[in-house]
Design a binder for this molecule. Structure first.
Ligand code: HEM
Length: 400
């Protein structure tokens, strides 16, 4: 059967029957559980970013992007004025897009900083490996990343993505001297460019199940691979997290989703809602693709290129298996590791308990040292990737 796509549906003239035809994929999550508390309930698989998409498509067609990128390289801090010389339509949009939502709560954002500081070591490995590797088994994301310009240089792409993880967790994330608003607004522009460019790629049409990538639903799927997955893992690992810090971490990501252009009616208002949305939209879509397997392999090799000691492919692979499970590890063709797999299974729990002061003595001192070293090295690697780097609007797809 031909894969389901808007194109096929339109061709077949069955869009009205979509819900009935493919109940498993229908969006049923209620906007009452969102930060907006209500909504028109439009299925976000068919909602993109109308405000940004037409504008950025036009910038690309007008040939304005190189000049815009050059100007935006100087726009770094949330509180900084936009550079002079931007096209007026882009400037107007960015002034609008950079505003925090009315429901942004400064106190919670400050608490999120505390959480990020306390949990930075775990967050490095969770964003980098749990979220990063999960993104390779989110088929639509893997395809979009692989066939877009950035897919040809994964190291550079990872640096840019790590920048977002770094900026959202940094002390001044949403303050005037922080950078998260800038990073999110630039990313919103990049996503709009990808929506215009990818459908023009000769590789895209045969593999994609859709005409236009990066719908609002897709963004929420990826969002769940980030904070929802991180919180699920921290909870599995029994890391004690005060309720206000857990809520604040969620809040910082709710604001992040808004700034990426997600409509408030799709952003969950609590962890319970986030988990229920993730069960509907993230868990069932995970699957291997040839493109995702290639991306995962590149990711697993990157550590060793930087630190041949502890961040080797076998250890990163074992960690991935430990966090994402045997099924996903199998899809990604990650080999079993006779030493690391059992060690993680038996010693990670006690390690976390000792680290968190819940157990008095390291039960396995050698493993404890290794794990601690791994966390530190990985956090350093992750942070070093977020070196001063500029997120730029692409003008092409992956080179042939
Ligand atoms: C670009 C983050 C959702 C596909 C980027 C960039 C960031 C980012 C920081 C800029 C880095 C770069 O230029 O390479 C996020 C976050 C998301 C999200 C935080 C959700 C919360 C998605 C989804 C897709 C996607 C759902 C596809 C289905 C892409 C692609 C690029 C990109 C193709 C451009 C790569 C390039 O050509 O350079 N994203 N993204 N993203 N993103 Fe996303």
């Amino acid at each position: 059967m031909e894969p389901l796509s808007r194109r096929n549906i339109l061709k077949a003239g069955t869009i009205g029957a979509l819900g009935a035809a493919v109940p498993a994929r229908t969006w049923t999550w209620s906007p009452q559980g969102s930060v907006a508390g209500q909504g028109v309930g439009a299925d976000p698989r068919w909602v993109w970013d109308p405000e940004a998409d037409a504008l950025v498509a036009d910038l690309i067609e007008r040939g304005d992007v190189p000049q815009v990128n050059a100007l935006l390289r100087t726009w770094k801090k949330n509180g900084q004025a936009l550079p002079d010389g931007l096209p007026a339509d882009l400037r107007d949009f960015m002034e609008y897009a950079r505003r925090l939502p009315s429901w942004a709560d400064q106190e919670q954002l400050a608490t999120a900083v505390r959480f990020n500081e306390k949990r930075g070591l775990y967050l490095g490995v969770l964003y980098g490996l749990a979220s990063g590797m999960m993104s390779t088994v989110i088929p639509k994301e893997a395809l979009a990343v692989y066939y877009s310009q950035g897919g040809a240089d994964m190291k550079d792409r990872i640096s840019k993505t790590a920048k977002l993880g770094y900026d959202i967790g940094s002390v001044n994330a949403y303050q005037p001297d922080g950078e998260m608003i800038v990073t999110a607004v630039k990313t919103r522009l990049v996503h709009a460019a990808v929506r215009h460019l990818l459908p023009q790629s000769p590789h895209w049409t045969p593999v994609a199940e859709e005409d236009i990538p990066i719908s609002q639903a897709d963004i929420m799927v990826t969002w769940h691979s980030l904070p929802t997955t991180v919180m699920r893992k921290l909870t599995d690992w029994k890391v004690p997290i005060p309720a206000d810090e857990s809520q604040a971490f969620l809040h910082s990501w709710q604001v992040g989703a808004h700034l990426l252009g997600v409509k408030d009616e799709y952003i969950p208002n609590s962890w319970a809602q986030a988990n229920s949305q993730a069960e509907q939209v993230l868990d069932p879509v995970l699957r291997a693709t040839p493109e995702g397997v290639k991306l995962a392999d590149i990711l697993l090799h990157l550590g060793a290129a930087i630190d041949a000691g502890i961040l080797t492919k076998p250890i990163l692979g074992a960690f991935t298996r430990f966090m994402l499970g045997d099924e996903i590890a199998g899809w990604l063709r990650i080999p079993r590791e006779p030493v690391w797999d059992p060690l993680l299974r038996t010693a990670w729990g006690p390690f976390v308990a000792v680290r968190e002061g819940l157990l008095p003595f390291p039960l396995a001192p050698k493993a404890y040292w290794l794990f601690d070293e791994f966390l530190r090295k990985f956090a350093l690697l992750y942070l070093s990737q977020a070196r001063p780097i500029s997120i730029e609007i692409p003008v092409t797809n992956r080179p042939e």
